[in-house]
Design a protein around this ligand. Structure first.
Ligand code: PEP
Ligand code: MN
Length: 371
């Protein structure tokens, strides 16, 4: 059961203590007080854990400081919407809003390879007024003989260049808990010029120990990628490991599912699940068209498949797009064939703007017709 307190009621106040004490009267029930820092407001929520099915809602609803009492319906209790009873608050990080209403694109390098390519990438983003990017330093590769990422060696120039080109947030995968510390140290040494969203890749979607670690720290938000070969329910429960550690600043990312060898795309595109995840969870939902499609193929209408699937995710309400670009894909040490060129950034951005605009028009139409 979740007791949502009214605006302005914070932990440590008599109002919160009163609810906690009331819950303590029931056997086998423990409480946990959490503050959700939303993009527009922050909420205090009191979680009643244990044998809560026998607890009546009414006594809690009678407290004047209580906004709502919610019966938990899903096992993923912190990230869940519990059949629409919980609102999606989102969060703000480095001045950028992440929520189920916001929208950002994160074009950038799959993997950091050289200062020259990072600089060319960031310069182009700055020219387009884009302040959010992706850059991998730790790469989880299928083969141990493939490039594994430059790791901590590239972080100082990466962060320095991010500062120089006004990049506010970089999405960056970690594959081990030590990487979180390395990133924090490198940021501090560079004078904190940018923000980092810790990415959990699809291969680590059920690496529960890593999920607990990134959930227990509150310095960095987390972008959790859906597991490629497990059910959505399993991915949502895995994602809950992050939230249950205390870190509520999470983005859920769709990136395609493994199907059969010989499929036309690297992964089966699952962006039809954007509204599903928005309905089931309070999290902003990202899409990764690059790792879904996995190649630069052109459809018969002249548009790239990557453009088409990006549009499919955005038209369905995606809040963020993670997309691979590279100034010189032939120099890329990872995923060069799926990278778009800097010269293609304008087309991508304008196409995305068109589709996002249409999505917002669709919402207006629904309101106008009251359906
Ligand atoms: C990535 O984004 O660089 C990546 C490896 O993605 P995924 O975990 O979705 O394969
Ligand atoms: Mn990649």
């Amino acid at each position: 059961m979740i007791i949502v307190m009214k605006d302005g009621v914070v932990p440590g106040t008599p109002e919160v203590d009163q609810v906690v004490q009331a819950a303590a009267r029931y056997p086998d029930v423990s409480t946990e007080v959490r503050v959700i820092e939303g993009a527009t407001r922050s909420l205090t929520e009191i979680y009643l854990l244990g044998s809560t099915s026998v607890i009546p809602q009414a006594p809690f609803e009678e407290f004047p400081s209580v906004e709502r009492v919610i019966r938990i319906r899903e096992r993923y209790r912190s990230i869940g919407r519990h059949e629409g009873q919980v609102e999606a608050l989102g969060f703000e990080y480095r001045g950028v809003e992440f929520s189920q209403d916001a929208f950002h694109i994160f074009p950038g390098l799959c993997a950091v390879d050289s200062p020259k390519n990072v600089e060319a990438m960031f310069r182009a983003l700055k020219d387009f007024g884009i302040v959010t990017t992706r850059a991998g330093a730790y790469k989880p590769r299928t083969s141990p003989y493939d490039f594994q990422g430059h790791g901590p060696d590239c972080l100082s120039y990466l962060f320095e260049l991010a500062g120089k080109y006004e990049q506010k947030v970089i999405a960056m995968e970690v594959t081990h808990e030590s990487h979180v510390e390395e990133i924090a140290e490198a940021l501090e040494q560079a004078g904190d010029p940018t923000g980092v969203i810790i990415q959990i890749g699809t291969r680590n979607a059920q690496n529960f120990e890593l999920l607990k670690i990134v959930g227990q720290q509150d310095q960095f938000p987390v972008l959790f990628k859906r597991g490629m070969g497990i059910t959505l329910e399993e991915s949502l429960n895995a994602c809950e490991y992050v939230a249950s550690g205390g870190n509520q600043r999470i983005i859920f990312c769709l990136r395609g599912m493994k199907t059969n060898l010989g499929d036309p795309h690297r992964n089966f595109v699952d962006f039809g699940h954007v509204p599903v995840v928005k309905r089931l969870t309070r999290l902003p939902v990202a899409i990764d068209p690059s790792h879904s499609v996995g190649k630069k193929v052109i459809a018969s209408d002249g548009l790239l498949d990557i453009h088409h699937v990006t549009a499919q995710g955005i038209i369905a309400g995606a809040n963020m797009v993670l997309v691979d670009f590279h100034p010189n894909p032939e120099e890329a040490l990872c995923d060069g064939p799926q990278a778009l060129l800097i010269e293609e950034l304008e087309h991508f951005v304008r196409d995305v703007e068109l589709v996002r605009g249409t999505y917002l028009e669709r919402l207006k139409l629904r309101k106008e017709l009251g359906s």
